[in-house]
Design a protein around this ligand. Structure first.
Ligand code: C2E
Ligand code: CA
Ligand code: CA
Length: 406
């Protein structure tokens, strides 16, 4: 690792007092290659000479001429590949929002500091600094072409993984969500975010859904015959729902597999739903008439959550993981979580909280009476063959620790 004295740090703040104070604190922590600047515009000019871009910038958000958010936009244009620490007198929520914004631009943020800055907090953030290679691959995710995806579907390279949904009050395993993976002959396991977009854009989603659904129904039947009655959920795309014969297609597959419609859940992502409400309204209503379960996924992340609930009689609401994990400690998340839960209750829907990652998340669900839980704390998505073994381990865990207070 690079020695502290070799890290180039820029402190950008319009108050000269803050510049002196932060430089002093940094010197005490043995960071000596520190420059200061009191205006974003001047800082950017200095970047344009060779080798002058800093490794780390301590950035004040509130500056009169060019504020911190605007400064970040200019950094993006210049392909800045160092890190940032945000500094501000704004409240925690404002700082968190700013941090998210910077992350969305794919710039590394070590964290934020409230003014007045405490030396200990500064030191803790600086601990997180690691040098980046200049050509660091950004989001190394490969993008696949439509032909590759089409061939993969035809060749049986798409495999279903299953993630349990459990009843919070009793620990009982209520069902599973089917999550597709591509077992790529060269690249190993490829996750859906890397190919669903291409699949939808090239009209291949009906083929993929058929394969996933057929596999999930067959698996459901196998479990049923082994005495495991599980509700099996499958993710469907908006593009599936605009074809009006989709309900008959699903009903046909379920009948052929011998699985009752009440045991099949179709999860629809809310943010995609709003694009063509009329067709999806008709398709979803007919699916419900056939007694399939319909679930609104990623609830709260779209722009018309309430309108969707008004128009479509969903059976289940899934609170998006971004409002669940950590909600016990964050007022804003907690407000979103509570509101989603309350809404679902009043409309008589079953509520699933996604993204339950630790015991604190689990305890929040228990204390607020959420119906179902899903997330890494309970289980990661797994191959079908691993489910019976997991259930045994889970039951022991439930009996020993999960239904009691800590
Ligand atoms: P989703 O429907 O919201 O599925 C949940 C995603 O969160 C899954 O990612 C799952 O592995 C992940 N997850 C589960 N528990 C946790 C947790 O505790 N913490 C965190 N951070 N993540 C958790 P995955 O499998 O990569 O799937 C991503 C998305 O791809 C899914 O999001 C779904 O929208 C889509 N997808 C998956 N399979 C299919 C499919 O067969 N058809 C369609 N159309 N979309 C699919
Ligand atoms: Ca889902
Ligand atoms: Ca989701």
């Amino acid at each position: 690792m690079t020695g502290k004295s070799a890290i180039k740090i820029l402190v950008l703040d319009d108050e000269s007092f803050m510049l002196k104070l932060l430089t002093h604190m940094l010197a005490k922590l043995e960071f000596t290659l520190v420059t200061t600047c009191d205006s974003g515009r001047v800082a950017l000019e200095s970047f344009d000479s060779p080798n002058s871009s800093p490794d780390l910038i301590l950035l004040d958000l509130n500056m009169p001429e060019m504020d911190g958010v605007e400064f970040v936009r200019h950094l993006v244009e210049r392909h800045y590949n160092g890190s940032l620490i945000l500094v501000s007198g704004e409240d925690e929520r404002m700082l968190q929002t700013a941090e998210k914004l910077v992350r969305a631009h794919k710039i590394s943020v070590l964290g934020h500091l409230h003014k007045p800055v405490k030396p200990k907090e500064l030191a803790e953030l600086l601990e997180k600094w690691t040098p980046l290679s200049p050509n660091r691959p950004r989001a190394a995710n490969k993008i696949y072409g439509a032909d590759e995806v089409r061939a993969a579907i035809a060749n049986g390279e798409m495999v279903n993984y299953y993630q349990p949904k459990v009843v919070v009050a009793t620990g009982e395993v209520a069902g599973v969500e089917t999550l597709v993976r591509w077992r790529h002959p060269q690249d190993g396991m490829v996750f859906p975010d890397q190919f669903i977009g291409v699949t939808e854009a090239h009209g291949l989603i009906d083929d993929l859904t058929r394969v996933v659904l057929t596999g999930a129904l067959a698996q459901s039947k196998v479990w049923q015959e082994a005495g495991l009655v599980l509700r099996v959920a499958v993710n469907v795309s908006m593009d599936n729902l605009v074809s009006l014969d989709f309900p008959d297609f699903v009903a046909g597959l379920a009948a052929k597999a011998g699985v009752p419609s009440q045991q099949v859940v179709l999860e629809v992502t809310e943010s995609r739903l709003m694009q063509d409400t009329r067709a999806s309204l008709e398709t979803l209503t007919r699916l419900r008439l056939k007694r399939f379960w319909v679930s609104i996924d990623d609830f709260g992340t779209g722009h018309s959550s309430l309108a969707q609930l008004r128009d479509i009689p969903f059976d289940e609401l899934k609170i998006d993981q971004s409002f669940v994990h950590g909600a016990w400690a964050n007022e804003t998340l907690r407000a979103m979580y509570d509101a989603s839960l309350g809404l679902a209750r009043q409309l008589g829907m079953e509520v699933v909280a996604e993204g339950v990652e630790d015991r604190d998340d689990w305890d929040l669900l228990r204390n607020t009476g959420c119906d179902l839980a899903q997330g890494y704390f309970i289980a990661r998505p797994m191959a079908a063959a691993d489910l019976p073994g997991w259930i045994q381990v889970w039951q022991v865990r439930v009996g020993e620790e999960l239904l009691t207070g800590r």
